[in-house]
Design a protein around this ligand. Structure first.
Ligand code: CUK
Ligand code: CUA
Length: 642
């Protein structure tokens, strides 16, 4: 077994190199895949026109979420989530610093992987986007009226929060699964004692249907596998959640010798409705766990961070009939459910085939108690009893699958660098198109819901090599857009992406556009340090703290000449933007402030702190070109000796 895997891996890498070398000659050959002859026309969005879809593309190691228009591929915004962003003062101003608090302290970076849009009755409703932070496990929520991150919750007992953040069909839950199994609770113990002692926490965060507030409702403490991706059941399988696993050997080192010994790992099928009921009836155990829950309040425009200290955990054996393991070949990565909820596709990344499980067969096997052993008390179903079929020799290194609204699936193949279209019912391959190169995820707007919009598939590539102008040792990562309205996919467009795009969520623009907020009313500003009336602009001293209550409007600050500040003071600039027009932010930056600028939206207040170290008369200015007199929007602070 070990040898055959070695050969497989060798074969895969050879093919990978071969396909890249081949593509490097593409300029000579004039080859660029099945590029549609009128591709330019089909992605062209005329000046002043809107795109048809929003695409929210994860930034991977940039920690952020970028917003693109499709089909044009135009970048519309970068929404700061897990990483500090000086452009928007995210994590720099006093209002948003609490958003990046964790039980480990202030952590201004994370690895953002999988965005998912909220749903009602299995349809995208465009209210929120959820996205996971892998490294210091977190889930964030972005409000799509403001395109701002309004909540971040840390996930305790978890590490490498990768199987996240997918939502159930009424956004009852957003789910967070651990990648690493770890000692729960964390403690000092030999790593070699992993097997049987390390555990994997799968977390279910309830979402309030009105406010959207997330709460960590329960965690299922699973065997010590690694958990990879997950997807919710829908339609007939609503109430279930599916997680792919690897390292079912429970090896503490994943060097080739240890990992992938087992021919099959598992997809864990979890009846969350059953577990929810158990917890609602007082089941589970409350255990101590420290985790931060950070909320950005819409009225005060200020975040607060609360440290929680316990969580409800459930041992699978306490709730018989709630969890089953479906054997799935070759270290499955993606774990995707089709729009009807009948098929669960496991993409074994060391395989050339795709495994398609049947939900009805699974239920049947459960009812007939056809088990093939167990793992820590969790029944293992027989592979043959749950298998709907196999997509044979579809490509090399399958990672992720999305679905259109016509019964087709689209699977990315990392090693053979292509997207393969196949029929879900019959598992027959219909088309394949190359990706440049090494595609990770693919995305169809609504592809993770019961109602996909099967017009385009977006491939997110890990390597671009010769596709773009060189920019030093690192070249951009990219997305490729294919038209999928016909039998064959047609490549329309390449465009560069921010960070490493791991996944994206797309939605028809109309659903979001209508609700996009234009203005914050000054009269509704409840910020603690807001200056609503210009007459209230002032400077107040409180010990060695100086509070400047400042206003900004085209094209001046009030006050703009500030005296009475001393070296060693802590100077708070509380700045309120008095504009009441759409799209008129002002900025402010202070020389020598160990900080970023503030970029303040009309009607809002933000605060930064400046600690002057030297006497002098120090200027500040507006950073956003706001009017013909933008350059005149400035002021001075006089700093006197202590
Ligand atoms: S993982 Cu990146 S290509 Cu986080 Cu979705 Cu598969
Ligand atoms: Cu205000 Cu420039």
């Amino acid at each position: 077994m070990k040898n055959s895997i070695k050969i497989l891996i060798l074969l895969f890498s050879t093919v990978g190199i071969f396909s890249c070398n081949k593509q490097q000659d593409k300029n000579n050959e004039g080859q660029s895949g099945a590029l549609a002859s009128n591709a330019a026309e089909r992605v062209y969005v005329a000046p002043g026109e809107y795109d048809e879809f929003y695409a929210f593309i994860s930034g991977g190691f940039s920690g952020q979420l970028s917003v693109y228009g499709l089909p044009s591929g135009r970048l519309l915004k970068v929404i700061p989530v897990f990483s500090q962003d000086p452009e928007k003062a995210w994590g720099y101003n006093e209002e948003t610093k609490p958003m990046l608090e964790t039980s480990h302290g202030f952590i201004p970076w994370d690895d953002a992987h999988h965005p998912d849009i909220s749903q009602t009755n299995g349809k995208l409703d465009g209210r929120w986007v959820f996205i996971n932070g892998n490294n210091t496990p977190r889930i964030a929520k972005i409000d799509l009226t403001t395109f701002e991150t309004t909540e971040i919750i840390e996930i305790p007992n978890s590490a490498g929060n990768h199987s996240s953040s997918f939502v159930t069909e009424n956004t009852e839950y957003v789910v967070a699964g651990t990648r690493f199994s770890v000692p729960i609770p964390q403690r000092d113990m030999p790593i070699k004692d992993y097997k049987g002692n390390f555990k994997g926490a799968l977390s279910f965060l309830s979402v309030d249907p009105e406010s959207g507030r997330m709460d960590l409702k329960f965690q299922i403490i699973m065997p010590g596998f690694d958990y990879d991706l997950s997807h919710p059941g829908r339609g007939k399988s609503h109430g279930w959640f599916f997680f792919s696993t690897y390292n079912s050997e429970e090896a503490n080192s994943l060097l080739e010798v240890n990992a992938s010994q087992n021919d099959k790992d598992f997809i864990a099928a979890i009846n969350w409705k059953k577990i929810e009921e158990y917890v609602n009836n007082g089941g589970g155990k409350k255990v101590p766990a420290k985790y931060a829950h950070n909320i950005y309040d819409d009225e005060t425009h200020t975040a607060t961070s609360t440290m929680e200290n316990e969580v409800t955990v459930v041992d699978p054996t306490e709730v018989p009939g709630a969890i089953y393991l479906l054997p799935t070949p070759k270290s499955p990565h993606g774990c995707d459910v089709n729009p009807t909820g009948e098929y669960i596709v496991g993409n074994g990344k060391l395989s050339a085939d795709l495994t398609v499980h049947s939900f009805s067969k699974m239920i049947n096997a459960i009812e007939n108690k056809k088990f093939d052993g167990e793992a820590y008390g969790i029944p293992i179903l027989r592979f043959e009893d749950v298998l709907a079929g196999t997509v044979k020799q579809a490509g090399l290194g399958p990672l992720h699958t999305e679905f259109d609204d016509k019964g087709n699936a689209y699977t990315s193949f990392f090693i053979s660098s292509e997207v393969v279209k196949w029929k879900v019912e019959t598992q027959e391959v219909i088309d394949r198109q190359p990706c440049y190169y090494s595609v990770g995820h693919v995305m169809i707007p609504g592809g993770n819901s019961a109602h996909p919009f099967g017009k385009y598939v977006l491939a997110m590539n890990k390597i671009t090599k010769d596709r773009y102008l060189p920019t030093g040792p690192e070249v951009t990562q990219s997305a490729q857009l294919y038209d999928i309205t016909g039998e064959k996919m047609q490549l329309l467009l390449d465009f560069p992406t921010i960070g490493e795009p791991h996944y994206a969520a797309g939605i028809p623009a109309d659903i979001v556009r209508e609700n996009s907020r234009k203005i914050f009313k000054l009269s509704e500003n409840k910020h603690k340090y807001a200056t609503i009336s210009n007459g209230d602009a002032r400077v107040e001293r409180d010990g060695n703290e100086v509070h400047i209550y400042m206003t900004m409007i085209r094209s001046h600050f009030t006050p703009d000449n500030i005296e009475g500040v001393k070296v060693g003071d802590k100077v708070y600039f509380h700045v309120t933007n008095h504009e009441q027009d759409y799209d008129v932010p002002h900025g402010i930056a202070m020389i020598g402030a160990n900080n970023s600028e503030l970029l303040i939206m009309p009607g809002q207040t933000e605060t930064f702190v400046w600690e002057p170290k030297e006497v002098g008369v120090w200027p500040f200015y507006c950073t956003d070109f706001c009017s013909a007199l933008h350059q005149e929007m400035q002021g001075y602070v006089r700093v006197s000796p202590k």
